[in-house]
Design a protein around this ligand. Structure first.
Ligand SMILES: *Cc1c(COP(=O)(O)O)cnc(C)c1O
Length: 434
Protein backbone atom coordinates (compact mmCIF):
# COMPACT_ATOMS: atom_id res chain seq x y z
CA UNK A 1 0.00 0.00 0.00
CA UNK A 2 1.24 3.45 -0.86
CA UNK A 3 2.02 5.60 2.19
CA UNK A 4 0.10 8.86 2.35
CA UNK A 5 2.31 10.00 5.21
CA UNK A 6 5.43 10.43 3.11
CA UNK A 7 4.24 13.27 0.95
CA UNK A 8 2.82 15.18 3.93
CA UNK A 9 6.09 14.86 5.83
CA UNK A 10 8.06 16.09 2.84
CA UNK A 11 5.81 19.15 2.44
CA UNK A 12 5.93 19.93 6.15
CA UNK A 13 9.70 19.82 6.31
CA UNK A 14 9.89 22.23 3.38
CA UNK A 15 7.38 24.78 4.63
CA UNK A 16 6.97 24.56 8.41
CA UNK A 17 9.56 25.55 10.98
CA UNK A 18 8.65 23.17 13.80
CA UNK A 19 8.93 24.38 17.41
CA UNK A 20 11.30 23.09 20.05
CA UNK A 21 13.14 21.10 17.36
CA UNK A 22 16.38 20.88 15.44
CA UNK A 23 14.97 20.77 11.92
CA UNK A 24 18.00 18.87 10.68
CA UNK A 25 17.15 15.95 12.96
CA UNK A 26 13.80 15.34 11.31
CA UNK A 27 13.36 12.55 8.81
CA UNK A 28 10.60 10.32 7.42
CA UNK A 29 10.47 8.29 10.64
CA UNK A 30 10.32 10.89 13.36
CA UNK A 31 7.82 13.45 12.12
CA UNK A 32 4.31 12.11 12.36
CA UNK A 33 1.60 13.68 10.24
CA UNK A 34 -1.63 13.61 12.19
CA UNK A 35 -4.90 13.42 10.36
CA UNK A 36 -7.41 12.99 13.13
CA UNK A 37 -7.83 12.23 16.80
CA UNK A 38 -10.28 10.46 19.06
CA UNK A 39 -10.01 9.99 22.82
CA UNK A 40 -6.43 9.19 23.79
CA UNK A 41 -5.56 8.31 20.16
CA UNK A 42 -4.05 10.26 17.30
CA UNK A 43 -4.18 8.79 13.79
CA UNK A 44 -1.74 9.40 10.96
CA UNK A 45 -2.60 9.48 7.25
CA UNK A 46 -1.99 5.75 6.93
CA UNK A 47 -4.47 5.10 9.79
CA UNK A 48 -1.76 4.02 12.20
CA UNK A 49 -2.77 5.11 15.69
CA UNK A 50 -0.70 6.52 18.53
CA UNK A 51 -1.63 6.86 22.19
CA UNK A 52 -1.05 10.51 23.16
CA UNK A 53 0.64 9.92 26.54
CA UNK A 54 1.57 13.60 26.98
CA UNK A 55 -1.90 14.95 26.19
CA UNK A 56 -0.27 16.90 23.33
CA UNK A 57 2.02 19.01 25.53
CA UNK A 58 -0.41 18.74 28.45
CA UNK A 59 -3.31 20.62 26.87
CA UNK A 60 -5.76 17.90 25.79
CA UNK A 61 -7.16 17.08 29.22
CA UNK A 62 -9.97 14.94 27.84
CA UNK A 63 -8.15 13.63 24.81
CA UNK A 64 -9.14 14.48 21.27
CA UNK A 65 -12.44 15.07 19.56
CA UNK A 66 -14.48 15.63 22.70
CA UNK A 67 -18.19 15.85 21.82
CA UNK A 68 -19.13 18.28 24.61
CA UNK A 69 -16.43 20.84 23.86
CA UNK A 70 -17.12 20.58 20.15
CA UNK A 71 -20.84 21.15 20.64
CA UNK A 72 -20.26 24.23 22.77
CA UNK A 73 -17.89 25.77 20.22
CA UNK A 74 -20.33 25.04 17.40
CA UNK A 75 -23.13 26.75 19.26
CA UNK A 76 -20.98 29.79 19.95
CA UNK A 77 -19.69 30.07 16.39
CA UNK A 78 -23.19 30.76 15.10
CA UNK A 79 -23.63 33.59 17.60
CA UNK A 80 -20.32 35.44 17.75
CA UNK A 81 -16.87 34.25 16.70
CA UNK A 82 -14.99 37.26 17.99
CA UNK A 83 -15.34 40.78 19.23
CA UNK A 84 -12.75 42.82 21.07
CA UNK A 85 -13.34 43.29 24.78
CA UNK A 86 -11.88 46.77 25.18
CA UNK A 87 -15.04 48.84 25.23
CA UNK A 88 -17.21 45.79 24.50
CA UNK A 89 -18.08 42.65 26.42
CA UNK A 90 -19.78 39.33 25.74
CA UNK A 91 -21.38 36.48 27.64
CA UNK A 92 -18.74 33.75 27.26
CA UNK A 93 -16.03 35.96 28.76
CA UNK A 94 -18.28 37.05 31.63
CA UNK A 95 -19.42 33.52 32.40
CA UNK A 96 -15.88 32.15 32.30
CA UNK A 97 -14.59 34.92 34.58
CA UNK A 98 -17.39 34.22 37.06
CA UNK A 99 -16.73 30.51 36.95
CA UNK A 100 -12.95 30.86 37.45
CA UNK A 101 -13.53 33.26 40.34
CA UNK A 102 -15.87 30.82 41.96
CA UNK A 103 -13.27 28.07 41.68
CA UNK A 104 -10.28 30.08 42.89
CA UNK A 105 -11.71 32.78 45.18
CA UNK A 106 -9.61 35.20 43.13
CA UNK A 107 -11.08 37.55 40.57
CA UNK A 108 -10.72 40.27 37.97
CA UNK A 109 -9.79 37.83 35.30
CA UNK A 110 -7.39 39.20 32.69
CA UNK A 111 -6.98 37.27 29.43
CA UNK A 112 -4.14 36.39 27.10
CA UNK A 113 -3.72 33.89 24.30
CA UNK A 114 -1.19 31.43 25.69
CA UNK A 115 0.78 30.51 28.78
CA UNK A 116 3.72 32.82 28.17
CA UNK A 117 1.28 35.75 27.80
CA UNK A 118 -0.16 34.94 31.21
CA UNK A 119 3.30 35.09 32.77
CA UNK A 120 4.05 38.42 31.08
CA UNK A 121 0.76 39.78 32.40
CA UNK A 122 1.42 38.63 35.97
CA UNK A 123 4.97 40.03 35.95
CA UNK A 124 3.81 43.37 34.58
CA UNK A 125 0.86 43.63 36.97
CA UNK A 126 3.03 42.84 39.96
CA UNK A 127 5.78 45.38 39.26
CA UNK A 128 3.24 47.98 38.11
CA UNK A 129 1.43 47.46 41.41
CA UNK A 130 4.56 48.29 43.39
CA UNK A 131 5.31 51.28 41.20
CA UNK A 132 1.86 52.65 41.93
CA UNK A 133 2.46 52.08 45.59
CA UNK A 134 5.62 54.21 45.35
CA UNK A 135 7.93 51.24 45.58
CA UNK A 136 9.25 51.16 42.02
CA UNK A 137 12.53 49.68 43.21
CA UNK A 138 10.58 46.45 43.81
CA UNK A 139 10.99 45.14 40.27
CA UNK A 140 12.89 41.88 40.46
CA UNK A 141 11.44 38.40 40.35
CA UNK A 142 12.58 35.41 42.34
CA UNK A 143 12.34 32.11 40.47
CA UNK A 144 13.49 28.56 41.06
CA UNK A 145 16.21 26.62 39.37
CA UNK A 146 14.59 24.06 37.00
CA UNK A 147 11.67 26.41 36.45
CA UNK A 148 9.93 26.85 33.13
CA UNK A 149 7.52 29.72 32.61
CA UNK A 150 7.46 30.11 28.84
CA UNK A 151 9.69 31.56 26.18
CA UNK A 152 8.77 35.14 25.43
CA UNK A 153 11.44 37.46 26.81
CA UNK A 154 9.78 38.26 30.13
CA UNK A 155 8.76 34.66 30.78
CA UNK A 156 12.16 33.39 29.64
CA UNK A 157 13.87 35.75 32.09
CA UNK A 158 12.34 33.71 34.95
CA UNK A 159 12.86 30.35 33.25
CA UNK A 160 15.99 28.46 34.20
CA UNK A 161 16.24 25.73 31.57
CA UNK A 162 19.69 26.63 30.12
CA UNK A 163 19.16 25.29 26.62
CA UNK A 164 16.15 27.56 26.12
CA UNK A 165 17.81 30.58 27.68
CA UNK A 166 21.47 30.67 26.75
CA UNK A 167 21.17 32.08 23.22
CA UNK A 168 19.04 35.02 24.35
CA UNK A 169 20.69 36.01 27.58
CA UNK A 170 21.70 39.44 26.27
CA UNK A 171 18.03 40.26 25.84
CA UNK A 172 16.89 39.18 29.28
CA UNK A 173 16.55 41.12 32.52
CA UNK A 174 18.52 39.50 35.28
CA UNK A 175 16.27 38.28 38.06
CA UNK A 176 17.07 36.26 41.18
CA UNK A 177 17.38 32.50 40.90
CA UNK A 178 17.12 30.32 44.02
CA UNK A 179 17.65 26.62 44.37
CA UNK A 180 14.93 24.16 43.42
CA UNK A 181 13.18 22.12 46.13
CA UNK A 182 13.40 19.14 43.74
CA UNK A 183 13.32 16.14 46.07
CA UNK A 184 15.73 14.21 43.84
CA UNK A 185 18.49 16.60 44.99
CA UNK A 186 18.34 15.64 48.67
CA UNK A 187 21.40 14.17 50.32
CA UNK A 188 21.48 10.77 51.95
CA UNK A 189 19.88 10.45 55.40
CA UNK A 190 17.89 13.63 54.88
CA UNK A 191 14.12 13.63 55.25
CA UNK A 192 12.02 15.61 52.80
CA UNK A 193 11.06 17.93 55.64
CA UNK A 194 14.70 18.67 56.47
CA UNK A 195 15.63 19.07 52.83
CA UNK A 196 12.80 21.49 52.11
CA UNK A 197 13.40 23.44 55.31
CA UNK A 198 16.95 24.05 54.11
CA UNK A 199 15.62 25.39 50.82
CA UNK A 200 13.13 27.61 52.65
CA UNK A 201 15.90 28.93 54.91
CA UNK A 202 17.93 29.84 51.83
CA UNK A 203 14.91 31.60 50.39
CA UNK A 204 14.42 33.51 53.65
CA UNK A 205 18.03 34.73 53.45
CA UNK A 206 17.44 36.05 49.93
CA UNK A 207 14.19 37.74 50.99
CA UNK A 208 15.81 39.27 54.08
CA UNK A 209 18.61 40.79 52.04
CA UNK A 210 16.72 41.84 48.93
CA UNK A 211 13.00 42.20 49.68
CA UNK A 212 13.18 45.92 48.90
CA UNK A 213 14.00 45.10 45.32
CA UNK A 214 11.73 42.05 44.93
CA UNK A 215 8.34 42.37 43.32
CA UNK A 216 7.25 38.72 43.23
CA UNK A 217 8.22 35.11 43.58
CA UNK A 218 7.05 32.87 40.74
CA UNK A 219 6.56 29.14 41.18
CA UNK A 220 5.03 26.12 39.47
CA UNK A 221 3.16 24.65 42.46
CA UNK A 222 4.06 21.02 43.35
CA UNK A 223 5.61 20.04 40.01
CA UNK A 224 8.22 21.86 37.92
CA UNK A 225 7.13 20.24 34.71
CA UNK A 226 9.28 21.20 31.70
CA UNK A 227 12.32 21.41 33.99
CA UNK A 228 12.13 17.61 34.36
CA UNK A 229 9.00 16.82 36.42
CA UNK A 230 10.74 17.92 39.62
CA UNK A 231 8.39 17.53 42.56
CA UNK A 232 8.16 19.18 45.97
CA UNK A 233 5.70 18.89 48.83
CA UNK A 234 2.76 21.08 49.70
CA UNK A 235 4.66 22.02 52.87
CA UNK A 236 7.37 23.71 50.83
CA UNK A 237 4.73 25.61 48.88
CA UNK A 238 3.07 26.63 52.11
CA UNK A 239 6.43 27.84 53.42
CA UNK A 240 7.02 29.94 50.31
CA UNK A 241 3.60 31.58 50.66
CA UNK A 242 4.31 32.40 54.30
CA UNK A 243 7.67 33.99 53.47
CA UNK A 244 6.10 36.02 50.66
CA UNK A 245 3.52 37.41 53.11
CA UNK A 246 6.15 38.18 55.71
CA UNK A 247 8.36 40.13 53.29
CA UNK A 248 5.62 41.80 51.23
CA UNK A 249 6.42 39.91 48.06
CA UNK A 250 3.75 38.80 45.61
CA UNK A 251 3.30 35.11 45.00
CA UNK A 252 2.69 34.19 41.35
CA UNK A 253 1.36 30.65 41.00
CA UNK A 254 2.09 29.46 37.47
CA UNK A 255 -0.49 26.71 37.05
CA UNK A 256 -0.30 26.78 33.27
CA UNK A 257 0.73 23.12 33.35
CA UNK A 258 -0.42 21.84 36.75
CA UNK A 259 -3.84 23.53 36.87
CA UNK A 260 -7.12 21.78 36.08
CA UNK A 261 -6.74 18.56 37.97
CA UNK A 262 -3.28 17.48 36.87
CA UNK A 263 -1.87 17.18 40.40
CA UNK A 264 -4.94 15.58 41.94
CA UNK A 265 -6.80 18.74 43.00
CA UNK A 266 -8.44 21.30 40.71
CA UNK A 267 -5.49 23.62 41.31
CA UNK A 268 -2.19 22.53 42.82
CA UNK A 269 -1.89 25.52 45.20
CA UNK A 270 -5.10 24.44 46.92
CA UNK A 271 -3.32 21.42 48.40
CA UNK A 272 -1.10 23.78 50.42
CA UNK A 273 -4.14 25.76 51.60
CA UNK A 274 -2.65 29.01 50.38
CA UNK A 275 -3.91 31.79 48.15
CA UNK A 276 -1.53 33.30 45.58
CA UNK A 277 -1.63 36.97 44.55
CA UNK A 278 -1.63 35.97 40.90
CA UNK A 279 -2.78 32.73 39.33
CA UNK A 280 -1.75 31.98 35.73
CA UNK A 281 -3.81 29.47 33.76
CA UNK A 282 -3.63 28.18 30.21
CA UNK A 283 -2.82 24.80 28.56
CA UNK A 284 -5.72 22.64 29.85
CA UNK A 285 -8.05 25.63 30.17
CA UNK A 286 -9.75 24.97 26.82
CA UNK A 287 -9.15 21.22 26.84
CA UNK A 288 -6.79 21.59 23.88
CA UNK A 289 -9.27 23.30 21.58
CA UNK A 290 -8.21 26.93 21.32
CA UNK A 291 -5.37 29.06 22.66
CA UNK A 292 -6.41 31.01 25.75
CA UNK A 293 -4.86 32.05 29.04
CA UNK A 294 -6.08 33.85 32.12
CA UNK A 295 -4.54 35.65 35.06
CA UNK A 296 -6.58 36.02 38.22
CA UNK A 297 -5.63 38.31 41.06
CA UNK A 298 -6.77 39.85 44.34
CA UNK A 299 -9.06 42.78 45.10
CA UNK A 300 -6.07 44.56 46.57
CA UNK A 301 -4.09 44.45 43.33
CA UNK A 302 -7.14 45.36 41.26
CA UNK A 303 -7.91 48.40 43.41
CA UNK A 304 -4.43 49.80 42.89
CA UNK A 305 -5.14 50.10 39.19
CA UNK A 306 -8.65 51.56 39.68
CA UNK A 307 -7.97 55.25 39.29
CA UNK A 308 -8.92 58.46 37.47
CA UNK A 309 -5.73 58.51 35.47
CA UNK A 310 -5.49 56.33 32.35
CA UNK A 311 -1.82 55.60 32.94
CA UNK A 312 -2.74 53.96 36.26
CA UNK A 313 -4.81 51.38 34.42
CA UNK A 314 -3.43 48.08 33.22
CA UNK A 315 -3.10 48.95 29.54
CA UNK A 316 -1.79 45.59 28.36
CA UNK A 317 -3.70 43.90 25.52
CA UNK A 318 -3.62 41.16 22.91
CA UNK A 319 -5.70 41.16 19.73
CA UNK A 320 -7.55 37.99 20.66
CA UNK A 321 -8.08 38.85 24.34
CA UNK A 322 -11.14 37.00 25.64
CA UNK A 323 -12.01 35.36 22.31
CA UNK A 324 -15.59 34.03 22.62
CA UNK A 325 -14.89 30.67 20.96
CA UNK A 326 -11.96 30.03 23.27
CA UNK A 327 -14.04 31.08 26.29
CA UNK A 328 -16.80 28.73 25.16
CA UNK A 329 -14.29 25.87 24.96
CA UNK A 330 -13.07 26.74 28.46
CA UNK A 331 -16.63 26.78 29.79
CA UNK A 332 -17.22 23.35 28.27
CA UNK A 333 -14.02 22.11 29.91
CA UNK A 334 -15.16 23.36 33.31
CA UNK A 335 -18.59 21.82 32.87
CA UNK A 336 -16.99 18.44 32.11
CA UNK A 337 -15.11 18.63 35.42
CA UNK A 338 -18.42 19.12 37.18
CA UNK A 339 -20.66 16.75 35.23
CA UNK A 340 -18.21 13.86 35.09
CA UNK A 341 -16.73 14.40 38.56
CA UNK A 342 -13.27 14.34 36.98
CA UNK A 343 -11.26 15.03 40.15
CA UNK A 344 -12.85 12.05 41.93
CA UNK A 345 -12.64 9.70 38.98
CA UNK A 346 -8.99 10.68 38.41
CA UNK A 347 -8.21 9.42 41.93
CA UNK A 348 -9.25 5.94 40.85
CA UNK A 349 -7.23 6.26 37.64
CA UNK A 350 -4.16 7.34 39.59
CA UNK A 351 -4.43 4.22 41.73
CA UNK A 352 -5.01 2.02 38.70
CA UNK A 353 -1.98 3.41 36.82
CA UNK A 354 0.22 3.18 39.93
CA UNK A 355 -0.68 -0.51 40.19
CA UNK A 356 0.15 -1.08 36.54
CA UNK A 357 3.46 0.73 36.99
CA UNK A 358 4.55 -1.45 39.90
CA UNK A 359 6.35 -3.65 37.32
CA UNK A 360 8.83 -0.80 36.85
CA UNK A 361 10.57 -1.97 40.05
CA UNK A 362 12.51 -4.63 38.18
CA UNK A 363 13.73 -2.15 35.53
CA UNK A 364 16.91 -0.01 35.51
CA UNK A 365 15.08 3.19 36.41
CA UNK A 366 15.24 5.50 39.41
CA UNK A 367 13.39 8.30 41.22
CA UNK A 368 9.95 6.97 40.38
CA UNK A 369 7.49 9.65 41.40
CA UNK A 370 3.80 10.40 41.06
CA UNK A 371 1.60 13.39 41.76
CA UNK A 372 -2.04 13.04 40.70
CA UNK A 373 -2.07 12.35 36.96
CA UNK A 374 1.68 12.87 36.49
CA UNK A 375 4.20 10.02 36.60
CA UNK A 376 7.95 10.35 36.06
CA UNK A 377 11.22 8.48 36.45
CA UNK A 378 14.75 8.51 35.06
CA UNK A 379 16.25 5.68 33.05
CA UNK A 380 19.75 4.50 33.80
CA UNK A 381 22.45 6.65 32.16
CA UNK A 382 23.65 3.65 30.13
CA UNK A 383 20.32 3.58 28.28
CA UNK A 384 19.70 5.86 25.32
CA UNK A 385 16.35 7.62 25.90
CA UNK A 386 15.96 8.27 22.18
CA UNK A 387 16.08 4.56 21.52
CA UNK A 388 13.17 4.05 23.91
CA UNK A 389 11.25 6.93 22.36
CA UNK A 390 11.79 5.49 18.87
CA UNK A 391 10.62 2.03 19.93
CA UNK A 392 7.49 3.51 21.51
CA UNK A 393 6.72 5.49 18.39
CA UNK A 394 7.05 2.40 16.22
CA UNK A 395 4.69 0.59 18.55
CA UNK A 396 2.05 3.31 18.75
CA UNK A 397 2.96 5.29 21.87
CA UNK A 398 3.72 9.00 21.76
CA UNK A 399 6.07 10.06 24.54
CA UNK A 400 8.56 12.89 24.73
CA UNK A 401 11.30 12.36 27.29
CA UNK A 402 13.09 15.34 28.84
CA UNK A 403 16.70 14.16 28.77
CA UNK A 404 16.67 10.85 30.63
CA UNK A 405 13.38 11.72 32.35
CA UNK A 406 10.38 9.80 31.10
CA UNK A 407 6.98 11.00 32.11
CA UNK A 408 3.35 10.14 31.55
CA UNK A 409 0.64 12.81 31.54
CA UNK A 410 -2.17 11.01 29.74
CA UNK A 411 -5.60 12.48 28.99
CA UNK A 412 -8.03 11.99 31.87
CA UNK A 413 -10.31 9.89 29.65
CA UNK A 414 -7.73 7.08 29.50
CA UNK A 415 -9.29 3.64 30.06
CA UNK A 416 -7.71 0.68 31.79
CA UNK A 417 -6.98 -1.20 28.55
CA UNK A 418 -5.38 1.94 27.15
CA UNK A 419 -3.31 2.48 30.29
CA UNK A 420 -2.16 -1.13 30.06
CA UNK A 421 -1.14 -0.60 26.46
CA UNK A 422 0.72 2.62 27.34
CA UNK A 423 2.71 1.01 30.14
CA UNK A 424 3.32 -2.22 28.32
CA UNK A 425 4.85 -0.46 25.29
CA UNK A 426 6.94 1.79 27.51
CA UNK A 427 8.33 -1.14 29.51
CA UNK A 428 9.10 -3.09 26.34
CA UNK A 429 10.78 0.04 25.00
CA UNK A 430 13.07 0.17 28.03
CA UNK A 431 13.78 -3.55 27.75
CA UNK A 432 14.59 -3.15 24.09
CA UNK A 433 17.10 -0.37 24.84
CA UNK A 434 18.88 -2.23 27.66
C1 LIG B 1 3.87 25.58 28.94
C2 LIG B 1 4.11 26.43 30.10
C3 LIG B 1 4.14 27.83 30.00
C4 LIG B 1 4.05 28.55 28.67
O1 LIG B 1 2.86 28.32 28.02
P1 LIG B 1 2.79 28.52 26.42
O2 LIG B 1 1.35 28.38 26.12
O3 LIG B 1 3.63 27.44 25.83
O4 LIG B 1 3.33 29.87 26.13
C5 LIG B 1 4.28 28.56 31.15
N1 LIG B 1 4.40 27.95 32.34
C6 LIG B 1 4.38 26.62 32.47
C7 LIG B 1 4.48 26.03 33.82
C8 LIG B 1 4.27 25.81 31.36
O5 LIG B 1 4.28 24.48 31.49
Amino acid sequence: MKSLNKNIIRRSLKSVWHPCSQMKHYNQDNLIPIKRGKGVWLYDFDEKKYLDATSSWWVNLFGHNNPLIKAKIKKQIDLLEHSMIAGLTHEPVIELSEELSRLTKLGHCFYGSDGANAIEIAIKMSTHYWRQNKKQQKNKLVYLRKSYHGETLGALSVTSVPIFKESYKNLLKKHIQVDSPDWRDHSENETQEEFEKKKLDELRCVFEKKHNSISAMIIEPLVQCAGGMAMHSKNYLHGVARLCKEFEIHLIADEVAVGFGRTGSMFAYQQAKISPDFLCLSKGLTGGYLPLSAVLTTKKVYRTFYHDRIAYGFLHSHSYTGNPLACAAALATLSIFKKQKIIQSNRQKTKMINRLLSDLKSFPVKNFRNQGMIWAFEVDHKIDPLKIQKFCLQHGLLIRPIGSTFYLMPPYCIKKTEAKFMINVLLRGIENAM
